[in-house]
Design a protein around this ligand. Sequence first.
Ligand code: BJW
Ligand code: ZN
Length: 251
Amino acid sequence: MDQSSAVRDAAALLAGARRVVIFTGAGVSAESGIPTFRDALTGLWQRFDAQSLATPEAFRADPALVWGWYEWRRSAVGRARPNPAHVAVAAVEALRPGTVVITQNVDDLHERAGSAAPVHLHGSLFAPRCFDCGHPAPLPAGPADEPVDGRRLDPPRCTACAGPVRPGVVWFGEALPEASLRHAADAAAACDLMLTVGTSGLVYPAAEIPHLAVRAGAAVVQVNPVPTPLDPVAEVNLRGPAAQLLPRLLD
Ligand code: BJW
Ligand code: ZN
């Protein structure tokens, strides 16, 4: 489908907006080669069982399986580069000071594209901490070898209490970082334009963020190749890959 008129509508909304919030999910990093979670063919959870990897119970049951999986993903992110979607997000920020970037992603590709301080609702692959006492832990060097999925790797031990070190991400059943969630909700309630990019809108409470914006009277522009539960609240639905469509909003 030709997206030209939708792109024009979205670009006009962006040009006229005073306070912009950009809300991103795994799809924004897809074109950097980082797999999403739920895409039918390439999503991580087609190949891996979320319940055996992305919960505290999973870590308790098999810390080396979970730590190894996250180290594999961290090294994949390390080898990836920001794509034109991340660059466009940073360009919006540069053009419109006060823009807030809220991401569900645990990678650092927004930062590496130049975004100043993206709000990480689901934590980061780069902030490990102790599973038992929460003490921050240093990032392990490497892993130097080519990562292999499913590779078990014993987690490092906490220097404070000798507990196992866990990835600094938010697993199912865990609370989101309180300050980040509050900052995100405040920004959503105060914006007049929200761009949601590459998220399935299925995971709560993050998925409430666009709804908060709508309730506050903001327009929502969604960028996603496929329909999502956010379609009905979006004033403009841009159907396609973010790396192609987002840069066009700035032309
Ligand atoms: C492109 C593209 C391209 C492709 N361009 N687009 C209400 C009902 C039922 C359950 C719940 C509920 N409320 C809460 C829950 C439980 C649960 C939940 O939401 N479950 C749902 C699945 C139903 N939520 C939680 O457990 C949360 N915590 C919680 O509720 O705590 C309560 C509590 C309070 C107080 C004290 C204690 C507890 C925590 C959720 C944490 C989510 N964590 C994960 C894993 C992070 C670590 C890791 O990376 O492994 O976060 S899950 C995973 O999903 C990850 C993502 O951030 C998150 C969102 O996924 P995202 O980004 O939308 O990715 P996909 O793959 O779903 O979608 C990608 C999209 O991109 C697709 O639409 C594509 O089409 C598109 N795309 N290529 C643009 N090129
Ligand atoms: Zn500890």
